[in-house]
Design a protein around this ligand. Structure first.
Ligand code: 3PZ
Ligand code: ZN
Length: 365
């Protein structure tokens, strides 16, 4: 069978370029109102701020206060009378941007700073919940399992999960489950896809219903996403893409099977997607960088390095070329010291999630 993959040749970065990434992201984050307008297209702006600030929080403990006031003021201009939040001022509210805004506010511990009316925003989310348990993204009515996660995740962060019938919501998520590979698609009967698997597992984790899936079958399918380059794809026959490091690794972490992939090979792929000049990460080695892939490069490294530093006795597989310019043992330790722990369900720093009362379920082998 032909494997679609990328070549890992030429001079590719082999170390984490931490200060370059901070510099790259600060161009977006500093003085947010002005720079976000220039650098992040409007229809994505709220999510762009979430990707950028979360990435910075992972690397920089002093980041906190710098852009806080500007960013909270920007969010306030996006809150609609119905409680929904838009990507930018003057745009229509949408569940995805409402979720991004709530994630940003929780990370700044600003839920009670009078930016939103929590009751109204919970009611907005409830208004998008249909009687079959599915979620629409906005009043146009499109249904997708991504919106189920955005709805459940938003309400969990607001402390308002009791606003909806959670069991019914999860029953709908389970309608999108594929018994053939243990994965999930965007709607009932749709093909499995790693991004949608992440959304489904995160929803099941929040609801404490992970026992409804076949974790071994799904873990196997997820581990098969790894290609010879070390990178991961989102479904069979596709090229590797850095953002799948996150969708796949977060999924494997939730089901307690992160060690089913070759983390050393993946480390090499992730580091190779950095841009040595500008900072930031792209989808594949040599490609253009953006804040989205920069966040998911860092979160992938966070999951891998923190799991590794918890288990320092784990050996490097014998088939690893020790001449490849990598000092694996030291790399893992130094990366875990530079990047904070990420929460695999919410994609927010673990210290922020620890401040909340949210209970999450994880499986173990
Ligand atoms: C990217 N979106 O639809 S998007 C996204 N993609 O808003 C943001 N991997 O052209 C950035 N591809 C870059 N900064 C890409 C978010 C997509 C995912 C596209 C992509 C990622 C490969 C082609 C969907 C959460 C939220 C949204 C998505 C997935 C997960 C694009 C294309 C699409 C989009 C934005 C820009 C550069 C950044
Ligand atoms: Zn991608």
């Amino acid at each position: 069978m032909l494997t679609r993959d990328v070549e890992m040749t030429g001079s590719l970065p082999k170390e984490l370029l931490l200060s370059k990434h901070i510099h790259f992201l600060r161009k977006y984050a500093d003085n947010s109102n002005e720079n976000y307008e220039q650098l992040m297209v409007e229809y994505l702006r709220m999510s762009g701020i979430y990707w950028t600030t979360t990435a910075l929080q992972l690397m920089d403990s002093d980041f906190d206060k710098a852009g806080r006031a500007d960013i909270l003021a920007m969010i306030k201009t996006c809150v609609h009378p119905n409680g929904g939040i838009s990507a930018a001022k003057g745009h229509d509210p949408h569940l995805l941007y409402t979720f991004s805004a709530i994630q940003i506010m929780v990370s700044y511990d600003a839920l009670n700073d009078q930016i939103i009316d929590i009751d109204k925003t919970a009611q907005y989310i409830r208004s998008l919940h249909k009687s079959d348990g599915s979620f629409m993204g906005d009043s146009w009515g499109e249904v997708d399992i991504r919106f189920s996660f955005a709805g459940i995740g938003s309400l969990a962060l607001l402390g308002r999960l009791d606003t909806i019938d959670l069991d019914k919501t999860i029953d709908y998520v389970m309608l999108c489950y594929n018994t053939i590979d243990g994965g999930f698609g965007s709607r009932p009967g749709s093909e499995s896809h790693a991004g949608l698997i992440y959304c489904s597992l995160a929803s099941l984790s929040i609801a404490g219903q992970l026992d409804r899936i076949d974790a071994d079958l799904l873990g196997w399918w997820l581990a098969e996403r790894q290609l010879p380059s070390g990178g991961l794809n989102g479904r069979p026959e596709k090229l590797p893409d850095l953002c799948y490091s996150w969708w796949v690794l977060a999924s494997l972490t939730i089901i307690g099977r992160l060690h089913w992939i070759d983390k050393h090979k993946l480390l090499r792929f992730i580091l190779a997607t950095q841009d040595e000049e500008t900072g930031g990460f792209g989808d594949r080695p040599g490609n253009m960088v953006d804040p989205f892939h920069t966040l998911f490069g860092l979160t992938g490294l966070s999951l891998l390095s923190h799991q590794y530093s918890c288990d320092p006795n784990e050996s490097i597989p014998a088939d690893h070329n020790t001449d490849d310019g990598f000092d694996y043992a030291n790399q893992w330790k130094s990366i875990s010291e530079k990047i904070k722990q990420i929460n695999p369900v919410f994609c927010m720093t673990q210290s922020v999630i620890n401040r909340t009362n949210i209970k999450l379920q994880y499986l173990s082998l």
